[in-house]
Design a protein around this ligand. Structure first.
Ligand code: SF4
Ligand code: SF4
Length: 346
């Protein structure tokens, strides 16, 4: 069954894929752990799964591209998915969200779905953050979820392509899965690469000989927008790491970095002079859940963090677009997280 796409009450978003097109070498290098590699165990949900959303719609250029797992054989991938459904989720309905620009994948999935009443295909425009679990759940199932909520409590399981593949290997074929693909990209690297990394390998080893020499850089797990910056590279890789972005540190002010598609500047220029909010409303305009991030910033700088909670702060899906778009490079998402963490009673 082919479904029409709805915006589901979300707006804005940003076309990161077109703004920062990344090229990868097709040769996948393997990186082995120094110790015994860890084994991936898929946590089979304890609660009844009614809906399984398979996300084949990465909206960030530094995320793992579909072709790495699908290998342009969509029907084979969906056949694997059918085996998983029959063995583990016989009563669930499956929804396949696919980047609508990947027309061949969409066409192959549609052809497959013609004879399969257990699945629906959702072509989705790949604007960031439209692959966010909360957005997908609302757009596809019309279910409301809060940031951080356990989707399984709603009967929803969301899988990406690589997890489907690992699930098949471990649960159906009974093989040990001890590695995963990790994408390396960013201005701080010699080149963008896709690696097959044994689980438990340190990030220091993953990045060894790949970072540009004599360049100050910052490392982000799962991207600079909604990921996490790390300084301790002895941290070990696990299944949650999809990509590592290494950005060259810039200490010069860059106005409107989102229009400099030749350089991925984003939040790297935090040094330099103190900046002010220039009341441009860019952050309000781009927020996909209709929040006004500048309000949080003003509450914060007035020393009234608790007041930020009055403005629907809990609806923030922590996509990081407000920080990304802010011409003053204010770390809005960091402020939001700090305000969210406050005790409700304050
Ligand atoms: S306020 Fe939250 S949801 Fe809105 S753009 Fe910022 S991080 Fe994203
Ligand atoms: S984008 Fe930045 S400068 Fe513009 S209104 Fe928002 S916080 Fe202020």
């Amino acid at each position: 069954m082919l479904m029409g796409k709805e915006t589901g009450g979300f707006k804005g978003g940003f076309d990161l894929l077109d703004t920062y097109p990344l090229k990868f070498c097709n040769i996948v290098e393997e990186i082995s752990s120094d110790g015994t590699p860890e084994i991936y165990h898929f946590p089979v949900p304890t609660q009844k799964v009614e809906h399984v959303i398979v996300s084949l719609c990465p909206t960030e250029p530094w995320a793992l591209p579909n072709w790495v797992i699908l290998k342009h054989k969509t029907a084979a991938f969906l056949t694997v998915l059918k085996e998983i459904k029959n063995s583990y989720f016989p009563d669930a309905r499956f929804y396949i969200a696919i980047n609508e620009k990947e027309t061949r994948t969409v066409a192959d999935a549609k052809n497959f779905a013609c004879n399969e009443d257990w699945m629906s295909v959702f072509p989705i425009y790949p604007k960031y953050p439209h692959d966010d679990p909360i957005v997908l759940t609302k757009v596809i199932l019309n279910l409301d979820a809060d940031f951080g909520q356990d989707m399984e409590s709603l009967g929803v399981l969301i899988l990406d392509a690589q997890t489907v593949s690992a699930l098949y290997e471990s649960l159906i074929l009974k093989k040990n899965v001890n590695s995963r693909f990790i994408v390396l990209s960013g201005t701080g690297l010699k080149e963008n690469e896709i690696l097959n990394v044994q689980l438990g390998t340190t990030i220091e080893k993953v990045l060894r000989n790949k970072v540009k020499e004599l360049v100050r850089h910052r490392v982000f797990i799962n991207g600079p927008l909604r990921g996490q910056e790390i300084t301790d590279l002895s941290q070990k890789t696990d299944w949650s790491i999809n990509h590592l972005v290494v950005l060259e540190e810039k200490d010069r002010k860059v106005i409107l970095p989102m229009f400099k598609s030749d350089e991925l500047l984003l939040t790297t220029n935090v040094l330099g002079e103190l900046r002010r909010c220039v009341s441009c409303n860019f952050c309000d305009d781009i927020c996909p859940v209709y929040l006004e991030p500048a309000l949080y910033y003003h509450s914060y700088t007035r020393g009234e963090k608790h007041k930020a909670r009055l403005y629907n702060l809990e609806k923030c899906i922590e996509c990081g677009l407000c920080s990304f778009i802010c011409p003053s490079k204010l770390e809005l998402l960091e402020i939001i997280k700090e305000c969210k963490a406050l005790d409700n009673q304050k």
